[in-house]
Design a protein around this ligand. Structure first.
Ligand SMILES: C[S@@+](CC[C@H](N)C(=O)[O-])C[C@H]1O[C@@H](n2cnc3c(N)ncnc32)[C@H](O)[C@@H]1O
Length: 416
């Protein structure tokens, strides 16, 4: 059951394995010329390029040809016939993915880990996260991630059905849990909008997930932060707009777990907000002058209450931010992805949310990981806050598309 490929809307898995791996050479590239293709394929198979291209007599004429190069050109022709590849007109020997193929997603094969890009602080890997996090040489301080949600209508990158979801997510997280620093944090953004089949009743998978993570991995639940998203489109349509049982959804939970609550690396001093003018004035005058007790005595005000000058306001655990705000790096990356015909990601985390969580839940210089990276918002938030980061994303197009977000940072190198 575990390690299964998620179902895709456009399925390269329908192709023979050799074709799929061959197509991966074209993922994220504008075009690839045949000489580069031969080098890539030689390196993929562990051969030297000269050996790979070695010629031998072919057919009755005995003319010398490279059998390997011929095989690749044959694959180009059959993938052209199937609509996946096309030659670039006016550029002999250059081929590229067709427009529909570009919009499809190319999943990395199991067991393969390729570097997408890197900066002085982090690595973005094109890989299934199952192949990455069991082998890290150093402990992780923060896992900040948003897994594919168990939706009835999957997004382009697919998802695991609800019945298997809790076990699947636990199995995905297990290698990271084994590699956590003392007091490290796992922050999981999941969906609240998952319903029982044909029912307006919400699934209790979130509750089961929390219990499973605490019971199976000895994690502790620190909080369930509410991400309030004011521009969420109306929904669930069936149960709110049509049948009127439900209200429109405005929020998603972000669960915060740790392996050691008393040494937890979360620290609200890193995210203090400015005091209101009213509170500043109250502190300046030395606090309250009144004495007041509410009806049952649970809440009392004395002269001097709220008079201590503090560095800032402790944020509430409801974070309000829209998911439509963009920043210049994201805008540039989106424009380039469109130009290169790469699909944009359908569900990136808002930077404001990731930024807040990275600051609150991790220390500068520590290691932040995302096992479902998408357009790598976690890596980006880690980068701009001076944390080191490692991210794994299964689909090559998202790795290639997000690279441009990081191009202005020190040590940026693109491998895809
Ligand atoms: C909800 S999205 C994450 C979006 C991300 N937080 C962002 O800001 O762009 C989930 C991502 O997990 C990826 N994914 C699914 N299974 C994976 C796996 N086994 N290994 C790595 N990535 C995977 C999907 O391709 C998808 O991009």
């Amino acid at each position: 059951m575990f390690g299964q490929q998620l179902p895709l809307l456009f399925d390269p898995d329908a192709l023979p394995a050799g074709h799929r791996e061959f197509l991966a050479h074209y993922a994220g590239a504008t075009s690839v010329d045949n000489q580069a293709l031969y080098r890539k394929e030689a390196s993929r198979t562990g051969a030297d390029t000269a050996d790979f291209l070695q010629r031998s007599p072919v057919g009755t004429s005995g003319d010398l040809h490279s059998i390997s190069a011929r095989r690749l050109r044959w694959w180009q022709q059959s993938l052209k016939a199937k609509g996946w590849l096309e030659p670039v007109s006016g550029k002999r020997g250059h081929w590229r993915l067709t427009d529909p193929a570009r919009k499809a997603l190319t999943p990395q094969g199991r067991g393969r880990v390729l570097l997408g890009y890197s900066t002085d602080l982090g690595l973005a890997l094109w890989s299934n996260s199952e192949d990455v996090f069991g082998h890290l040489g150093e402990p992780i301080s923060l896992v900040l991630t948003s897994p594919p949600y168990p939706l009835a209508n999957p997004r382009a990158y697919g998802n695991v059905p609800i019945a298997q979801y809790v076990d699947w997510l636990c199995s995905m997280l297990e290698p990271l849990v084994r590699n956590l620093d003392d007091g490290a944090v796992i922050a999981l953004n999941v969906s609240n909008d998952v319903f029982e089949t044909k029912s307006p009743a919400r699934s209790t998978y979130r509750e089961r997930l929390v219990i499973a993570l605490c019971d199976r991995f000895a994690l502790f639940k620190m909080d369930e932060i509410i991400w309030n998203c004011p521009n969420k489109p109306p929904g669930p349509i069936q149960w709110a707009s049509l049948e009127r049982f439900q209200l429109n959804t405005a929020w998603e939970p972000v669960y915060v777990f740790t392996n050691n609550p008393h040494r937890c690396l979360a620290n609200n001093r890193r995210v203090l907000q400015a005091h209101t003018d009213r509170h500043m004035a109250l502190m300046k005058k030395g606090g309250e002058t009144r004495t007041r007790t509410n009806s049952d005595g649970a809440y009392r005000i004395y002269p001097g209450s709220y008079g201590t000058l503090t560095a800032g306001r402790i944020p509430k655990n409801v974070i309000t931010c829209s998911n439509s705000k963009s920043d210049p790096d994201l805008k540039r990356a989106k424009a380039m992805a469109r130009q290169d015909g790469l699909p944009l990601h359908g569900a990136p985390m808002p930077l404001e949310l990731a930024n807040f969580l990275v600051q609150y839940l991790s220390e500068e210089g520590s290691l932040v990981a995302d096992l479902f990276a998408g357009w790598n918002t976690t890596g980006y938030a880690a980068q701009i806050n001076g944390r080191r980061w490692i991210s794994a994303e299964k689909h090559g197009e998202y790795v290639a598309g997000s690279a441009e977000r990081f191009s202005r940072f020190n040590g940026f190198e693109r491998a895809c």
